[in-house]
Write a protein that binds this ligand. Sequence first.
Ligand SMILES: Cc1cc2nc3c(=O)[nH]c(=O)nc-3n(C[C@H](O)[C@H](O)[C@H](O)COP(=O)(O)OP(=O)(O)OC[C@H]3O[C@@H](n4cnc5c(N)ncnc54)[C@H](O)[C@@H]3O)c2cc1C
Length: 257
Amino acid sequence: MENNLHSLHGSEDLRDVPARRVRRVRHEIRQRDVEVARISPVGASFISITFRGEALRDFVSASFDDHVKFTFNDPAGELVRRDYTPRHFDRDALELTMEFVRHSDGKASEWARQAAVGQRAVIAGPRGSMIVPPDYDWHLLAGDVTAFPAIRRRLEELPDSTRAIVVAMAEDAADRCQFASSADVKVHWVASPEELIATLCAVQLPPGEGFAWGAGEASLMARMREILLTEKNLAKESVRIAAYWRRGASNYHERLE
Ligand SMILES: Cc1cc2nc3c(=O)[nH]c(=O)nc-3n(C[C@H](O)[C@H](O)[C@H](O)COP(=O)(O)OP(=O)(O)OC[C@H]3O[C@@H](n4cnc5c(N)ncnc54)[C@H](O)[C@@H]3O)c2cc1C
């Protein structure tokens, strides 16, 4: 087990990563009991929930691409598990923040809507991390709202010497948040899957070696991957696309590698 990357944020971790070699690390999976410490809305569609617990003392999330299994009981008492991105971890406060999209029809979305301070849940993982070195000539980050927590985290982590292009799909304009970053970032906001695909086709990727990361609804991600590999001629090793959900399916996750 390689478990030596300590904090979510902080360029120290990123500087430790060898140049331009995507690295995978595995972590021991632990179930951690946590309770809701704070809740705040983010944009129109997100609820940011901060969990606190002594069990988070040895929590590790080494990459913006990580996910944990968020585990809770639904109103009928059934155990439900869903994947969420560790958005921010404060080791001193033992607080982990995640951002939940409020959509119309899901148990995790519903849990987030009714969450209250003091409510208990369990967080398992992350089981592994894919660490993308920051020193590519450019980074492309694209996806729908479910990708925003990872994109927000990545942009905060990238050092100021880096260049990033973001193609972000927010059907509700109120989700067009400020992306904080010290990197050189160009954001293309789009409002529909068609616009996302058209923008991706039109975007001029800078010269040099880059890495493209994307996440969102399965059918959109399949189209996106096709464009990156065929029209943009990116090597498979420089592309990481994940289906974070699929229309009509529950608890769906697929790596389109
Ligand atoms: C690695 C990974 C990281 C993720 N990180 C985040 C994150 O940080 N924040 C976040 O909000 N989501 C994230 N997701 C997506 C989230 O896990 C899914 O949206 C999940 O399906 C939500 O569970 P649910 O119980 O609300 O709905 P489910 O029971 O899974 O699905 C019920 C119905 O709702 C639909 N549905 C599911 N998600 C959405 C959606 N976002 N919009 C519209 N309809 C939907 C499904 O198609 C299905 O018809 C991540 C997924 C993965 C795989």
